[in-house]
Design a protein. Structure first.
Length: 313
């Protein structure tokens, strides 16, 4: 169960958590056209700080642009509203879910002039794939479902419709006794997890799939930068599932999943079956930054109590 907080921002004003409701004929509920973000706010010594706020809000607007949805707020309005929502809920650490969707009005595939609604909710969300998974690694199954073709739903957009594919894959993996699903692209190469990007490491070389058919993850981007800064060798290149089987290390990255080591894929041990040194180094570097212990990437953090921006009504 989601852990309720107090207030949700809905179209410019705060409503009580239990009052944040919508009509059952909300257009996006039927046709999968909502666009959303997942952002984390971490507790630091200088108060709560949001990881890569600007980039997440920009991606929300890009998703809406791809789906030809006109968000009736500016990116600055949405960033400010996110900070306001964290403050309004007096929360120090949370997951943030901004969501824009096509509201009530016409039914049928063509939504005419239905209003675009925007909501922001925050709630505490611990480790996505379990504390144990974060520490010791998870077991992954290659999905029988294929990641979307680049010309089916738009992969550069974080659209709810894309998650029907993720949900099928995740359910299958869990029911079969694994922790997470790995989806291959339409050519059979490794794409991403149901809600994460993937990295493999073999003989010191880090590989991650190119952006062709995957979400342009902001954690992925952070890892690429962290690896480069540490002089690690990294390439964005397609690879096969058997290359993953024989890799020395592998991990998933994502806002919710953070950096989660993979210890097994399709019943084959990855390396010695425990998180390897490069994974551990990158994971530690990431957590030091998000928790404000390493100030080399303060550009990635927005401190919640730094300023009090006005909220658009
Ligand atoms: N691929 C997919 C398909 C994906 O959903 C995510 C995030 C990523 C990659 C990583 O992107 P980024 O968060 O920018 O590093 N998945 C979000 C949804 C999780 C959910 O279950 O809901 C997230 O991590 O917030």
């Amino acid at each position: 169960m989601v852990q309720a907080t107090e207030k949700i921002w809905m179209n410019g004003e705060f409503v009580q958590w239990d009052e944040a409701k919508t009509h059952v004929l909300t257009h996006s509920l039927h046709y999968g056209t909502g666009v959303f973000e997942g952002i984390r706010c971490y507790k630091t010594a200088a108060g709560p700080a949001v990881f890569r706020l600007q980039e997440h809000v920009d991606r929300l607007f890009d998703s809406a642009h791809i789906c030809q949805m006109e968000i009736p707020f500016t990116p600055t309005d949405v960033s400010d509203a996110i900070l306001q929502t964290i403050r309004a809920n007096k929360i120090e650490e949370c997951y943030i879910r901004p969501f824009a969707y096509i509201g009530y009005g016409a039914m049928g595939i063509f939504p005419l002039d239905n209003p675009i609604q925007v909501v922001i909710a925050v709630w505490p969300w611990g480790s996505y794939l379990g504390e144990e998974g974060l520490k010791n690694g998870i077991r992954v199954k290659t999905s029988s479902y294929t990641r979307h073709h680049v010309n089916a739903t738009m992969v550069r957009s974080k659209t709810t419709a894309n998650y029907a594919n993720s949900l099928l894959a995740k359910r299958e993996a869990i029911k079969d006794g694994y922790d997470e699903a790995l989806l291959l692209d339409t050519d059979g190469y490794v794409a991403e997890g149901s809600g994460e990007n993937i990295f493999v490491i073999r003989k010191g070389l880090i590989k991650t799939p190119p952006l062709t058919s995957i979400l342009e993850g902001l954690t992925r981007d952070a890892i690429i930068q962290l690896a480069e800064e540490r002089g690690m060798r990294l390439v964005e290149e397609r690879f096969t599932r058997d290359e993953l089987y024989i890799s020395d290390e592998a991990f998933f990255s994502g806002t919710a999943a953070e950096i989660t080591p993979i210890r097994e894929v399709d019943n084959r041990r990855i390396g010695p079956g425990m998180p390897g040194p490069i994974t551990k180094e990158l994971q530690a570097a990431f957590f030091d930054i998000v928790y404000g212990r390493d100030n080399r990437h303060t550009d990635w953090l927005t401190y919640v109590h730094e300023k009090q921006p006005a909220m658009k009504k």
